[in-house]
Design a protein around this ligand. Structure first.
Ligand SMILES: C[S@@+](CC[C@H](N)C(=O)[O-])C[C@H]1O[C@@H](n2cnc3c(N)ncnc32)[C@H](O)[C@@H]1O
Length: 350
């Protein structure tokens, strides 16, 4: 638990009696002392091990997919944008794969979108041998050029704050967060929803009795879709999430590899939620984009050749390494591990 002084310092209280759940999450993750602005969260030692960190094959398959799309549909100067590159591992694997078509990077304006200063430093260090074009880093996504874009991300869209609504005794309530100064503790309260606009949206979710939504995530994705529609291009995103109505809220906190409450270790732990892919697909359709793929991570990786690549790598390795490669691929595609929960959505104007 943080000291009162520290909590005041991070201005989480904001002099308000209570604040909306998404505002609390935003402060816990993205305020100047928030989890994402100071922690180095990606890698085996840290809170998550993401797919690119598990195996080079993940980035190679994405790389081949991007290369094919560029060659077939763009084949000219373009923006290559990665959202939330973590340690830069996915970028490195894509770069290595792209060496089979040198004109890919010769034509790329590379832009890495990273909010975390520490991670940016790690990316700069890990990518210092990348000479094929200049990398531009940005904290936020700002489309400056009218060139076609290839945008990709892994475990980025789960970072956005959510709002939670629940239905009880014929009324909808929204979760807010309160702080008890005496006990130095956060806890949630339910406030009755009175906004007609929100009640209208919620009326579609009465059967499930809950609704979890990230308006900031949806808005971010809408911005990408609008850009693609206007300037052409493709967006490929991989994240854990769902495409059916959910029965339970998905918001979760992880501290030292263990699930905790979102009110513990505030600003020290990751808070994330499963991505509602139905809503993202709807946004893409509203923007008149094509849905090229919406499949599980397992299906995507198998469709684009991970088993063939595994076979090739196995043929060159010692028995010890072979077991390791088997384990890595299993972790990525086994339906009881990352294979089913993680999904791949590809939308494009092309
Ligand atoms: C869970 S990590 C995934 C890292 C990497 N993509 C991987 O698969 O290993 C999320 C990444 O997104 C960054 N990030 C989260 N929210 C962001 C935002 N709103 N804008 C820019 N970067 C953000 C984090 O700092 C981190 O690099």
């Amino acid at each position: 638990m943080l000291s009162k002084k520290k909590i005041n310092k991070i201005k989480l209280l904001n002099n308000k009696k209570n604040f909306r759940l998404d505002k609390f999450i935003e402060l816990a993750l993205f305020s100047s002392n928030g989890y994402y602005l100071r922690k180095k969260p990606v890698g085996r030692k840290f809170d998550f091990v993401t797919s690119p960190e598990i195996s080079q094959m993940f980035g190679e398959i994405i790389g081949v997919y991007l290369l094919y799309h560029w060659k077939e549909k763009i084949n000219s100067r373009f923006n290559l944008i990665e959202l939330g590159p973590g340690n830069g591992t996915l970028f490195k694997d894509i770069e290595r794969t792209a060496q089979i078509i040198p004109s890919f990077f010769e034509n790329a304006n590379v832009n890495l979108i990273e909010i975390n200063k520490e991670l940016r430093k790690i990316q700069e260090k890990n990518l210092k041998y990348f000479k094929q074009s200049k990398i531009r880093w940005s904290k936020a996504l700002n489309f400056k050029s009218k060139l076609p874009s290839i945008i990709y991300s892994n475990e980025f869209f789960d970072c956005f704050p959510v709002r939670q609504f629940l239905y009880n005794d014929n009324h909808w309530f929204e979760k807010y967060v309160k702080y008890n100064e005496k006990e130095n503790k956060y806890y949630s309260i339910n406030k009755r929803v009175i906004s007609k606009k929100i009640l209208n949206i919620l009326s579609k979710h009465i059967k499930q009795k809950i609704y979890e939504v990230s308006y900031s995530r949806n808005k971010y994705f809408d911005k990408i879709c609008k850009h693609l529609k206007k300037n052409r291009g493709i967006c490929i995103l991989i994240d854990y999430g769902y495409n059916e109505k959910i029965k339970n809220f998905t918001l979760q906190a992880i501290y030292n590899h263990k699930k905790t409450s979102i009110f513990e270790n505030v600003t020290q732990q990751d808070i994330s939620s499963h991505v509602n892919f139905d809503e993202l697909i709807e946004i893409a359709k509203q923007n008149k984009l094509k849905i090229n793929e919406f499949v599980s991570q397992r299906d995507f990786l198998i469709k684009y050749g991970i088993l063939e690549r595994k076979k090739e790598l196995l043929s060159k390795k010692s028995n010890l390494k072979k077991n390791l490669i088997d384990e890595e691929v299993d972790r990525l595609i086994n339906v009881d591990r990352m294979g089913k929960l993680f999904k791949c959505l590809v939308v494009s104007s092309l």
